[in-house]
Design a protein around this ligand. Structure first.
Ligand code: AHR
Length: 511
């Protein structure tokens, strides 16, 4: 058992909570779209064929922005196949996932779904097998006012009003040899530059995301970002980062410390982007779009080429346990800690495919364990991200050396007076006795803060999962946080080994 102290002072702010950090990702992969968000004929399907039970979960999850339609899929996608009367849409072979793509869901359908669930759409264009022309065609189809061919076609397809998509990804993981139309950094930089220039000719207010690295271990990591930004610096706003985590060779201690990798990843990309800025003599700051992240047991996936060709196959439907939920919670903490430079983040993916929401075709849907830290963080992180002072023990890890036992962030909303503290105990064996000191935040006034709620994701059985039969086996439960009666400005809580916590306080007395 270790003692840990966290001190909070709203004077030490990292930056604003950026709502787009609570993004997600819908790819035409496996059962994310078909029998995931969309299943006409399902008892809960709406008139467009979208599952209402899934839509309710998406709203509860608190997702703000959803990236679409891929992922690797986008790099061989012909978006034109997915618009117009459904009966006329061709069935195609998607080579990214060796799947039969019926095109029954496409751009307009996704926009209808996004509007219905209240999320912002974020589109990716195909810079693998296609290029500048198809990207601007899609942009015009989505965003232009009627009067020319593409937007008139959109109007004919039932959408007179432009979809007005603000954020566009210039391809997906173009550094990866697995990508259809994979490119060297120089080749990609050139096509991204030309595509961005053309898209800006249509609308200079768009936010454009250049492809960064598929993970921090890519042989081109660092060089890729430099080469791409040297060409695209003035044309893009964000550079992407992707990372998936799993216990490698059963090393759960390092897995619990995955936030350390994400932290180093962000710092390196920021340093590279700022180096390019320095060389160019620019004050512009390129932001990181962490638009794919999650726990993914990649060791269990044998690669795209091994897949039999099927329609809506069950692909990478990982079942998450308590440890995975704690890791997901810690990754969200890491993203918040970097709110000064991380503009967006998308958990990959939303439904069935390495996802917080699981469905049975024609049947039930339920929340995976990882749903809970995401939903609570998205609900309660408001206002400004604070930089807490943390004193705690360390945990030894093979991958990162010694790391702090606790990962902590906090947000303070000056409008409501709410303070939310998010903490993970990443030790597998040691409880932490937390003392949270908010004295600096309240100037010593003992009545200034009241405990609202302490919720934790923890279970003595860290391998516990949620299933169709037991959908609420793992849910957030009350923790034991209590405000010290004599001082009122310190709070104590027991944080068991492998646990995630959301501790909420508010200024004054809870009504
Ligand atoms: O999310 C699954 C896949 O992971 C995406 O298609 C790809 O971009 C990444 O490698």
């Amino acid at each position: 058992m270790g003692a840990a102290t966290v001190r909070l002072d709203p004077a030490f702010a990292v930056g604003p909570v950026r709502p787009r950090i609570f993004g997600s990702f819908v790819e035409h992969m496996g059962r994310c779209v078909y029998t995931g968000i969309y299943e006409p004929g399902h008892p809960e399907a709406d008139e467009l064929g979208f599952r209402e039970d899934v839509a309710r979960f998406v709203r509860e999850l608190g997702v703000t922005v959803v990236r679409y339609p891929g992922g690797n899929f986008v790099s061989n996608y012909k978006w034109e196949d997915g618009v117009g009367p459904k009966a006329d849409r061709p069935t195609q072979l998607d080579l990214a996932w060796r799947s039969v793509e019926t095109n029954q869901v496409g751009t307009d359908d996704f926009m209808d779904w996004a509007r219905g669930v209240g999320v912002e759409p974020m589109m990716a264009v195909n810079l693998g097998t296609r290029g500048v022309q198809e990207a601007i065609d899609l942009l015009l189809y989505c965003n232009a006012e009627t009067g020319t061919s593409w937007p008139d076609r959109r109007a004919k397809n039932g959408h007179v009003e432009p979809h007005d998509v603000r954020v566009w990804c210039l391809g997906n993981e173009m550094d990866g040899p697995w990508q259809m139309g994979h490119k060297t950094a120089e080749e990609y930089a050139r096509v991204a530059e030309e595509t961005a220039r053309a898209m800006r000719r249509v609308d200079d207010t768009l936010e454009l995301v250049a492809c960064g690295s598929s993970n921090r271990g890519m042989p081109t990591f660092g060089t890729w970002e430099r080469v791409v930004l040297e060409r695209c610096f003035d044309l893009v706003d964000h550079i992407s980062a992707h990372a998936y985590y799993e216990p490698v060779d059963g090393d759960v201690d390092s897995f619990l410390a995955s936030g350390e990798d994400m932290h180093r990843f962000i710092e390196s990309v920021v340093a590279t982007a700022d180096h390019v800025a320095a060389v160019k003599g620019s004050d512009k700051r390129i932001m990181v779009s962490f638009d794919e992240w999650n726990v993914w047991f990649q060791g269990r996936f044998h690669g795209e080429s091994s897949l039999a060709i099927r329609e809506a196959p069950e692909l990478i439907e990982d079942v998450y346990d308590v440890t995975d939920a704690v890791v997901v919670g810690s990754l969200l903490i890491t993203l918040l800690q970097h709110t000064d430079r991380v503009s967006m983040a998308c958990q990959a993916q939303l439904v069935n495919v390495i996802a917080p929401i699981a469905t049975k075709p024609g049947g039930a849907s339920w929340k995976q364990t990882i749903f809970h830290p995401f939903a609570l963080t998205a609900q309660h992180a408001r206002g400004t991200v604070l930089r807490p002072a943390v004193a705690c023990d360390t945990v030894e890890t093979k991958a990162f050396g010694p790391v702090d036992q606790l990962v902590v962030t906090a947000t303070h909303d000056p409008e409501t007076g709410d303070l939310a503290v998010f903490v993970v105990n990443r030790s597998r064996t040691e409880t932490a006795e937390l003392t949270l000191d908010v004295a600096a935040a309240v100037g010593g006034d003992p009545t200034a803060y009241t405990l609202v709620e302490h919720l934790q994701v923890h279970d003595d059985d860290t391998s516990a999962t949620n299933t169709e039969a037991q959908p609420d086996r793992v849910v957030p439960r009350a923790g034991d946080a209590a405000v010290d009666g004599t001082h009122g400005t310190t709070l104590t809580a027991t944080l068991p080994a492998t646990s995630w916590h959301c501790i909420r306080l508010t200024e004054g007395t809870v009504q």
